[in-house]
Design a protein around this ligand. Structure first.
Ligand code: RB5
Length: 153
């Protein structure tokens, strides 16, 4: 199951990605927002998708806002989340191979629908390379523990 969420700026692209993934037979859980008409706050959707991933309810997540910046910054505040903002398929592939990203962040005002769908495909098809990258990702987890202040999920 893939968790997906966006703010109002990402709503249209979210709709396209859901349609695309469902047509491919992927199960998707939509955490909103459910309209482009109301201006909403991207951290509210980042946390919903992040919690779904951390709890194991969903294996991976996709988050979209206008630039992808705010929503990825917000998601990366949740311990265990590695949200990668990608603007091309190389970044998408590397975010999995080297960083084992568990959330893909996209900017709906930065890339078009075609590029976004290619990025989603590249991201879903990639696998974590492990090896020396395992140790580096583990160091991120250690940083989270060292600087941890907040709640458990
Ligand atoms: C909303 O206008 C916009 O600020 C938001 O979608 C995002 O780009 C923030 O990083």
């Amino acid at each position: 199951m893939i968790a997906i969420g966006s703010d109002h700026a990402g709503y249209e692209l979210k709709t396209e990605i859901i349609k695309y993934l469902e047509n491919k037979g992927c199960a998707v859980k939509d955490f909103g927002t459910y309209s482009a008409d109301c201006s909403v706050d991207y951290p509210d959707y980042a946390v919903l998708v992040a919690k779904a991933v951390i709890s194991g309810e969903c294996e991976k997540g996709i988050l979209i806002c206008g630039t992808g910046i705010g929503i990825s910054i917000a998601a990366n505040k949740i311990p265990g989340i590695r949200a990668a903002l990608c603007t091309n398929t190389y970044m998408a592939r590397m975010s999995i191979e080297h960083n084992n990203a568990n959330i893909l962040a996209l900017g709906s005002r930065v890339i078009g629908v075609g590029t976004a769908l290619d990025i989603v495909d590249a991201w879903l098809e990639a696998s974590f390379a492990g090896g020396k990258h395992e140790k580096r990702v583990e160091k991120i987890s250690i940083l989270e523990k060292e600087y941890k202040t907040g709640v458990e999920f």
